[in-house]
Design a protein around this ligand. Sequence first.
Ligand SMILES: [Mg+2]
Length: 212
Amino acid sequence: MLKNKIQTIIFDVDGTLTDFNSWTRINQELDLSPQKHLEIFEKMKEGEYSLEEAKSKLVYYWKSSGNADRKYFIKIFKNWKFDQEVKDLISYLNKKYQICLISGSIELYIEEVALKLGIKDWYANASLVFNDKGKLLDIDYTVDQAEKKLEQAKEYIKNYGFSKDQCLAVGDGENDIRLFSFFDYSINKGCQELNKYAYKTIHRLDEIRKLL
Ligand SMILES: [Mg+2]
């Protein structure tokens, strides 16, 4: 039984604990169309833009909204609410297991998520760099999110002395692939690409209760 083996659960955030992608939602808040964002991302993948160029394009568009400052980011992240169901589930799991968040999103946001859900340990992929007046200057971002998540998970389990088979990873996307292939136990929230690596596939987050 999974529940007898597991001591810690590592959750992805975007699409797993929430039903939205935080990058998409930031774009909405800062008036950047999904098409424009996708175009930047695709051009970077195809090598037309370097990472630096892609980041500076994104920063440029976000700044054009007039809102790309630290205070505004904090305000929007505080305003994004969780479903009560998710809060209840995490508080239930928190009593039985140690929980950690490992996300491809932005530090300021994941810090807020961890605070709202009462989770002590968290890692994020990207951080926003502000000047001393709080205006956005740059985004510190690692392209290979899957590898970064794995490195962070290894650091987390090493810090607490967990063995690989005491961990359960829960995720929903391609950036969880390395975690899923590393850990013995993982739960896939409905992602086709993760099926073959997953211990179990679920379609609603709440199905975890039955397994744990
Ligand atoms: Mg995800």
